[in-house]
Design a protein around this ligand. Structure first.
Ligand SMILES: NC(=O)c1ccc[n+]([C@@H]2O[C@H](COP(=O)([O-])OP(=O)(O)OC[C@H]3O[C@@H](n4cnc5c(N)ncnc54)[C@H](OP(=O)(O)O)[C@@H]3O)[C@@H](O)[C@H]2O)c1
Length: 232
């Protein structure tokens, strides 16, 4: 992996997920990567997106392995409490929408708050958040999936704000919202034939390549696994 020819440390949040665990496996094969730190609801300490205290404690506990040249937040949820995405306005439910915003936007924003300070400020470093193409307002041609789509759109704005603020102090930092492709995972199992999906490892490898090819810009970038830009 490209990182000025030197060694680096990486951190994966949501390391138990299909895509998160694939990132961990791929990064562990990279001989330039000294540490791959894994955080999740199952790690010690545990990181739960619904508890800022757990996020803060997790950040504190891994700071000794930083600064990080790669921080990848691969958390997220589509089906919540057994309830899938809404197909119509009539299906909207406030509690379900709030949970979606909590897991897909607010929790990840608190992760940014506590983990962006651990991003390397002296050389090229990337903060990546798994977003989703369906979070693009410009690309929305089909509608539906109200809570998931809008929580990912909110996430993208939160990442953009964090990028603009951080770049004032860490001008070599990159911030990227990622569309991983349609990947075989627990999240997609109810919606698509898994044999028609990318494998998590192929998706992770492609996203790492796409991240390596990014150039520093004035804010966050929204791209797919092939490195193609997606309209916000
Ligand atoms: N798969 C796709 O085709 C696809 C397409 C577009 C976008 N994405 C995005 O890619 C990301 C990863 O998706 P995936 O397919 O790998 O899904 P996944 O296998 O279901 O993984 C989701 C991850 O999020 C974590 N998570 C959920 N709620 C959490 C909470 N309250 N606190 C801490 N962690 C929590 C899960 O932890 P636990 O193991 O503890 O549940 C798991 O590590 C998501 O943001 C998703 O929206 C995926």
């Amino acid at each position: 992996m490209k990182n000025s020819g030197s060694t680096y440390s990486a951190l994966v949040i949501g390391a138990t997920g299909s895509i998160g665990s694939a990132f961990v496996r791929v990064l562990k094969r990279d001989t330039s990567c000294l540490h791959v730190i894994e955080l999740s609801r199952q790690s010690v300490p545990a990181l739960n997106l619904e508890s800022e205290q757990s996020i803060a404690e997790a950040a504190q506990s891994v700071a000794q392995y930083g600064p990080f040249a790669r921080i990848i937040d691969a958390t997220g949820a589509l089906t919540l409490d057994g309830q899938g995405p809404e197909k119509s306005l009539s299906a909207l439910n406030a509690d379900h929408m709030m949970r979606s915003f909590q897991i897909n936007a607010i929790g990840p924003a608190l992760v940014m708050k506590h983990f962006i300070p651990l991003l390397d400020g002296k050389s090229r470093a990337i903060y990546a958040k798994l977003s989703a193409r369906v979070g693009s307002i410009g690309d929305n041609k089909k509608g539906g999936w109200y809570g998931y789509r809008s929580s990912k759109a909110a996430l993208n704005m939160l990442l953009q704000c964090a990028a603009i603020e951080t770049l004032r102090k860490k001008p070599e930092a990159l911030f990227v919202a990622l569309q991983p492709g349609t990947v075989a995972s627990a999240l997609t199992t109810p919606f698509v034939r898994q044999e028609d999906c990318l494998t998590p490892e192929d998706a992770a490898c492609a996203m790492l390549r796409a991240m390596d090819a990014l150039k520093v810009t004035a804010g966050a970038q929204f791209i797919d696994y092939a490195g193609q830009p997606i309209p916000w």
